[in-house]
Design a binder for this molecule. Sequence first.
Ligand code: ADP
Ligand code: MG
Length: 864
Amino acid sequence: MAPPLTPMLRQYRAMKAQAGDALLLFHLGDFYECFFEDAVTVARALDLTLTARNKSAEEPVPMCGVPVRAADGYIARLVERGFKVAVCEQVQDPAEAAGLVDRAITRIVTPGVVTDPANLDARANNYLVALCLQSPRPGHDARRVAGPLADGGAAAVGLAALDASTGEFVACEVAAGRDLADELSRLAPREILVPAPLAASGLPDEVAQGAAEGRWRIEPRAAESFAVPGAVARLEALLGVSGVEGLGLGGRPLATGACGALLAYVEETQRVAPRHIGAPRPYAPGGTMALDEATRRSLEVLAPASGGDQGGRGRGAGSLLALLDLSVTAMGGRRIRRWLTYPLTRLADLAPRQALVAAAVAAGPARARLRSALDRVADVERLTAKAALRQANARDLAALGRSLAALPAVADAASAIAPELAARLDPLDDVAARLAATLVEDPPAGLKEGGMIRPGVHAELDELRSLREEGTGFIAKLEARERQRTGIASLKVGYNRVFGYYIEVTRPNLHLVPDDYERRQTLTQAERFVTPELKAYEEKVLSAEARILDLEYELFTELRDAVAAEARRIAAAADVVAELDAAAAFAEAAARYDYVRPELTEGTEIVIEEGRHPVIERMPLGERFVPNDVRLDTSANQILVVTGPNMAGKSTYLRQVALIVLMAQVGAFVPARSARIGLVDRIFSRIGAADDLSRGRSTFMVEMSETAAILRSATPRSLVILDELGRGTSTYDGLSLAWAVAEHLHDDPGLGCKTLFATHYHELTDLARTKPRVVNLTVAVTESDGRIVFLRKIVPGAASRSYGIQVARLAGVPEPVLARAQEVLANLEGDEFTESGQPRFARRGARRQAPAPQLALFGRDRAS
Ligand code: ADP
Ligand code: MG
């Protein structure tokens, strides 16, 4: 049997039991220590030395620790790795403890509830998501969840998402399966709350997969925490309302339950009422364009494809986001990311945003003034959240105060662009004034060391401070008086931490020391004394100092609570700031990059004159970017088959059309001479043989499953980009599949989606002969001296040949190989093959009886 635990370790065990599956950091003097299995986990995760408590004992207890001063960084690293961390503090002064110091868990940090801006990407939200779905009852199809049916027959799931660091709070109901997967990939949450019974019986694939890939952590929660009555009570308490009908959640029990689960979790982990969180904003993914992850990635909306960033954080250069995010505030940056993740599909929703951007484009000088005013606004959303969660220090509040003080200038500049929005911007003068009047210019980070509060704020504080300041004068006077009284010219009054105030007399003068001097300390050259007067003074000063620190802390927390009480007003102002900054950024991009305002219609035509690829045109190409037109409709130009040699510009053309449509539907201006965009409900973009090694599936399998998704979910209003479909398999398989897919997109009356199809299968150009809505396009090239020259111009017609060998020459493949390739090509084109599909080499047959091994590749295709 293990030896009994020490009282301290027993206390640790009790705390650990409370912490559940969180790692427990146990405050012990200057360290946070971990014990037992947590110590092993933490030592490994943070690369710390694992030691042991009771080393000599038979069963030493594994232990590791981090210094309290540096704990935040370590905690952030643990959370970044997907762990949940409970911080257990000493809540009693060790000097006052009779035995063991009292300890309590004061906060729990989890990946979904990170609130310290230092550990967050300023330009992305950090979402915690709750999913309210029921576990399958025994005897039911295990893959069907038992919620009410959403449109389309799939079970509905209640989804709520909260960024505790900003207060952003949204809720919706979506269909399980693909829609849920899309929504999760847009939100990119770090943690997902699910009912425990469901976690035990098997999570839906789309939820389980992200967890397996380390994209989010799953937190199973008791089923009761998703119950509607509890959720309503929580929302009522948070918002101070009675009934939640006014919130637009009526008739949405699953979304309501998800909101309740989120709030319960935040309260549990933060241990304070999150007053910065407002009413959840119900939204219908229906009004927005569903952009699945594959499309977002292939269009490089949020991150470049090579960046390895799967729709996560960061402003990956080379992405559409990096290009368009010219915002100057963190709120604006997050808003632009949201706009790009949720393009709009309804003209009525888009028109006001586009008008706002257009107004900002038109008003150049006002825009410049607006942006420079906005530049003085820090991340007020996150600063306010910190205040509401009682984590803000005086520097945070001072920064908040300075930001709020810039709001009148923001409103003033904005009134020339968007009078209504400007009028909606609460300048928060009262809060700004209180902050400015209370806090000193540049307060310290510590809360217990004073120096935060201005003079004139609190009478007693002022008095105590002048007492402290008078001190210097008092000591000088006392010193002079004592020198005179004793006749010791070298007598000094000093102070040290251990003995306090003293009078120092050097040895030769000791005989002059009067009777009322009391010895305190003996040094080699001198003795130190105190007098009753000096002692009384010391007491007064020291207690004044302590009282000053207490008072300052008290006044600071009062101020912080006052800010928290205004959190919703500040959040409303931050919302306007985000909108203005994001719109001004789009306008700035339009002006800098020469974009035009697209005409948005509810029709089905997409007509772009001289369109450009927004990202590639800005890259150093070594050649001028050549603009191209496009016309897509549902009558004569439904499917554009684009052929042309490798490197000619096919992929660029396809993507630029998709990006221009996407930009138009987020309210931005577009890189073109003119554009008329019939709004689309979805954009699908697929690249053949895209490497998706991270998922461990074969590229061809990925390609086909993505194609299947398009065939299943595209509508006549969708825009489909298929780039080299079928490249992932053998030539004839690929060609047949590509052919059949194109035919189906054309013929199926339910589809009819506008499609751009780039392919190196020239055979596909034959489709246009029989299919009335198929149009052939090609990228013009010319040849000079056997070298290919790319003209980058899209013209009607089919590529006459593939120019593969010329492109290989451009790429530096050695001449003998090219010559041989030319030879093989001639044979293939002349259909000179043996029975087994090997090319014949009549002229040079003697030397080449055994075909080179790579030729078997051609042979196999031919034979199959
Ligand atoms: P393909 O898909 O036909 O192989 P890409 O679209 O990948 O060709 O284009 C290859 C390269 O050609 C691009 O990276 C870019 O540098 C250049 N390019 C493509 N389109 C244009 C254009 N319209 N103007 C100038 N350069 C272009
Ligand atoms: Mg290509």
